[in-house]
Design a protein around this ligand. Structure first.
Ligand code: PLP
Length: 643
């Protein structure tokens, strides 16, 4: 292991593979962010950012946002479509929109709007609140504003308000019953709507979002509903307003086959409707452009078997082929890619605050008078282990004896102390066998798994439910890697536990050779040194769908920009403070001021009873109030680290 290099670290953590060019490893073993990939590379060592944050007394965990990655993603997507359009001589432009539900943070949307301006890149809203946010952005006259999701009259009115301001706001009809109120309000407000129709697609996808298409899909109009909708809209005199055809068959489409099939289906419907004289001009292919979370470039759930260029080429060539066959003009292409725009730009950096070890504080196991034979037998096994090299036998015997010990305890035959001694001997045996097996050439299938109860559980100062809900909710795999020491061989196989009181609050699935593996090799913790892990590709959905389980609130954030002139390559433009305990309590209807008053009243009563000195009472109240203003995560001493 002495000859471990950063190449070995790359093989293990696959940083370049999932990093898509935005992350890499420096010669000094530091994990680097490379936000300006392909243009002007400015490597930023995450460790340097951590040091600067610590200097500023910013507490961890911290969300690091690399704004240059966001800009780069917007450029890449738009350029990919522009190149495909040029290559296939497609006769209409691309006018993408960013669906803000993927990450509604103002700073994120600001950046996307700015980067998208040269491309007339627009925004998509799926609810009233999102539309309120979208309407305050001036995305320019050419850019689209697309309204998806179920709509009440206020939602429709807001969309029409946008039309009054001269914006290209498209109301996508998800449900037949939305047509009547839309047309009524348009007449009432005296404004011409732009109408889109969402198709309920037939194409069957695989993966976690497969319910977004097919007969049971929640959204969209069937073929007959589309025909009826058109008749209804035309009868009401708004036939000219039908301009866009929309579909969305699900997120994270890992297999490009589904993109191609969906595009074929939709392009054919588009062409046939145009031939019936419907003035459609836009084909909106929804979201679905995937992110290669595990870097395997496969059609697995956490991966994708195509590139962004393949996607753009597939869409452009697919639509062109059908339109040319049907002899209809090419539509302006719209996509609503969210995940692929935002996933890479943010990561959560957290500290390992300790290790949970089975039987870390064992009891003495010397023989005692009158001890039960089970305990004696277990001890003999341990004592004789040096001579007895048949680990399989020892292992079998060990597990049998431990089962006996437990049964005997339940029947009242073994005392509490004897059970404790059995457990301690058990763990020593398991460790000894595991150690011995490392020297064996052949290890049986049974024994291969015995290490699993022995892996280390690293306790990390974060909440899975706040920062990476999809790991819990849909077994999403996100990349995890240490942000330094990558030039050093890891020596522990670990799972990660968060600090919530929920046993689901852990990460037990990592990127591995065959898709995933149960543990992640990490470095040993060194006393007096901080050990930080990065949880990557959290910018899409994870950033915003987190919840306050156990009242752990939003994270402190650092907004990082490249600066080639600076020796570190970056500057932090803004810190955004995460939630304080008082703020998360307010969400749950508590009033922090009143809480402090209540506690003060209790302290006063205790003082009045003579059970507490006044001076001490004041200090206790001050401390309580200070805690209400503090960060919700574990407070780490300035330098420390490992236990
Ligand atoms: C969620 C959603 C998107 C975004 O999908 P991604 O896969 O994240 O790109 C786009 N359009 C609609 C209608 C959606 O519901």
């Amino acid at each position: 292991m002495a000859d471990w290099t950063t190449d070995d670290a790359e093989d293990l953590y696959r940083i370049q593979r999932w990093g898509d060019g935005y992350f890499g490893i420096g010669a000094d073993g530091n994990l680097l962010a490379l936000p300006n990939v392909g243009e002007h590379e400015v490597p930023i060592a995450l460790r340097d950012v951590v040091d600067e944050l610590r200097e500023q007394n910013v507490q961890f965990p911290v969300v690091m946002r690399f704004h240059d990655i966001l800009k780069n993603r917007v450029r890449q997507l738009n350029e990919a479509f522009a190149e495909a359009i040029a290559e296939y001589e497609f006769q209409a432009p691309y006018r993408g929109v960013y669906p803000i539900k993927v990450n509604q943070m103002r700073e994120v949307v600001d950046e996307i709007v700015e980067a998208g301006r040269p491309y007339h890149y627009g925004l998509e809203a799926g609810s009233k609140s999102e539309l309120l946010a979208v309407l305050q952005y001036d995305t320019g006259e050419e850019a689209l504003t697309i309204c998806n999701g179920y709509k009440d009259e206020d939602f429709l009115r807001l969309a029409l308000l946008g039309r009054k301001l001269g914006r290209k706001v498209v109301v996508v009809i998800e449900k037949f019953s939305e047509i009547e109120p839309l047309l009524r309000l348009a007449a009432e407000m005296d404004v011409q709507p732009v109408i889109g129709l969402r198709i309920k697609m037939r194409v069957k996808t695989e993966g976690r979002w497969s319910k977004s298409s097919g007969d049971l899909a929640k959204f969209g109009l069937t073929t007959s509903e589309i025909l009826n909708a058109i008749v209804l809209i035309q009868e009401r005199g708004y036939g000219d307003a039908i301009r866009l055809l929309h579909f969305h068959i699900g997120s994270q489409l890992s297999d490009i086959r589904f993109v191609r099939e969906a595009v074929q289906e939709a392009a054919r419907i588009y062409a046939r409707l145009v031939k019936r004289g419907i003035p459609l001009a836009y084909l909106d292919i929804g979201g679905g452009l995937a992110v290669d979370y595990d870097g395997s470039q496969s059609s697995g759930h956490s991966s994708m078997n195509y590139t962004m260029s393949d996607y753009a080429n597939g869409v452009v060539s697919g639509v062109k082929q059908i339109c040319d066959l049907e002899a209809v003009p090419h539509p302006t292409l719209v996509s609503e890619s969210g995940r692929a725009i935002t996933a890479h730009h943010s990561c959560v950096v957290m500290q390992v605050v300790g290790e949970i070890v089975n039987d870390a504080n064992p009891i003495g196991i010397e023989p005692v008078d009158g001890e039960h034979i089970i305990v004696t037998n277990m001890r003999d096994l341990l004592v004789n282990l040096a001579e007895d090299q048949n680990y399989q036998d020892v292992y079998n015997e060990t597990t049998l004896l431990m089962e006996d010990a437990l049964s005997a305890f339940k029947l009242g035959i073994l005392g509490l102390e004897e059970l404790a001694r059995s457990e301690t001997i058990y763990w020593r045996l398991i460790r000894a066998v595991t150690q011995g097996l490392k020297e064996e050439e052949f290890v049986s299938e049974d024994l291969r798994h015995i290490e699993s109860p022995l892996h280390s559980q690293y306790l990390c100062n974060f909440s899975l439910f706040q920062s990476a809900a999809d790991i819990w909710a849909i077994q999403q795999i996100l990349p995890v890697a240490p942000i330094s020491r990558l030039n050093e061989a890891p020596s522990r196989n670990c799972t990660l536990a968060d600090i919530t009181c929920d046993s689901d609050g852990h990460i037990v699935q990592f990127i591995g050779e065959q898709g995933s593996q149960a543990t992640l090799p990490l470095h040993n913790l060194v006393k007096g040194e901080n050990y930080y892990l990065g949880l990557f590709l959290t910018g899409a959905y994870q950033d915003v769908i987190g919840d306050m389980h156990n009242l752990f609130g939003r994270l402190n954030e650092a907004h990082i920009f490249c600066d080639p002139e600076d020796p570190t390559g970056f500057y932090i433009e803004e810190y955004v403070s995460g939630s304080s305990a008082g703020q998360v309590l307010e969400v749950m209807q508590y009033n922090p001021l009143a809480m402090a008053r209540q506690v003060k009243a209790m302290v006063d009563r205790t003082v009045a009873r003579g059970q507490l000195r006044s001076r001490e009472g004041v200090k206790l109240v001050d401390f309580y109030e200070a805690c209400l203003g503090n960060y919700t995560y574990l407070r780490q001493p300035a330098s420390n680290g490992a236990p």
